[in-house]
Design a protein around this ligand. Structure first.
Ligand code: 13P
Length: 261
């Protein structure tokens, strides 16, 4: 399975920062042919970023509505992201779950919308610090998978982002054994929910991934890539993380859909 390195710019980035996307695109193509790289951006930047990325790096959105169109002022549909040239969208990021009270059911509806539009859905799950301390991290994530991953999703339209909330933006990374335990658990939950497809869905680790920590994390079993916040804003850091990805074996990769333009 090819490693997938996903950047999430969150609410950062004006047009002038698009030069970072251009720099990433040039280097990814030239030096990292065995990594799938995707940057999820604020909707305002997507169309321009797609042009600058020239198909060398994939561009995605950070959220979408569950609806196709209509009286939903301020919302953006998965079809609109697709129309802008995106080929993926993050759904259920913990910042959306917490700040916008998104439930598992809402996240599942958004993942369904992504599938309907032909986008790769990056479905995020993860426990809080108090849940980790209470020993319920595994059951919390199992419940989130059951509630947020629609039945019938496949490895070609779904990626799971495991992001423990206490690791996001905190410079605190779980131990390798905590990551391994959780990823193995997520794999078992996905297999239960999706059958054989659940074996192939990529599971990304996210939370304070830096160039210095990426190498060891990317080599852990069941880690199919990383989801990177702060360190994805600068091309140099993002590329250093891509470089840390182990070389993929020479088999047909599971790849997100190609850029449409
Ligand atoms: P940081 O890499 O800044 O901790 O953010 C992680 C994240 O939330 C990516 O979606």
């Amino acid at each position: 399975m090819r490693p997938l390195v996903v950047g999430n710019w969150k609410m950062n980035g004006l047009a002038e920062q698009l030069s970072e996307i251009e720099a990433m695109a040039i280097s990814v193509k030239a030096t990292l042919p065995s990594v799938d790289a995707l940057i999820c951006l604020p909707a305002t930047l997507i169309a321009q970023a797609v042009l600058m990325a020239t198909g060398r790096i994939a561009i995605g959105g950070e959220d979408c509505s569950a609806e196709i169109c209509g009286a939903f002022t301020g919302d953006i549909s998965a079809e609109m992201l697709m129309d802008a040239g995106a080929h993926a969208v993050i759904v259920g990021h913990s910042e959306r779950r917490q700040q916008h009270a998104e439930t598992d059911a809402v996240v599942a509806a958004k993942a369904n919308a992504a599938r309907r539009a032909g986008l790769l859905a990056i479905i995020c799950i993860g426990e809080t610090h108090s849940q980790r301390l209470a020993g319920t991290a595994l059951s919390v994530c199992a419940r989130q998978i059951t509630g947020s991953v629609p039945e019938g999703m496949t490895a070609s339209n779904t990626v799971i982002g495991y992001e423990p909330l206490w690791a996001i933006g905190s410079d605190e990374v779980p131990t390798h054994s905590q990551i391994m335990q959780m990823h193995a658990h997520i794999r078992a939950c996905l297999t239960q929910r999706l059958g054989a497809e659940g074996q192939k869905v990529r599971i990304l680790y996210g939370g304070s991934v830096k160039p210095s920590s990426a190498d060891a994390i990317l080599r852990l079993p069941q880690v199919g890539g990383v989801l990177v916040g702060g360190a994805s804003l600068k091309a140099a850091d993002f590329l250093a993380i891509c470089r840390a990805a182990p070389l993929a074996p020479a088999h047909t990769p599971t790849r997100p859909k190609e850029q449409r333009r």
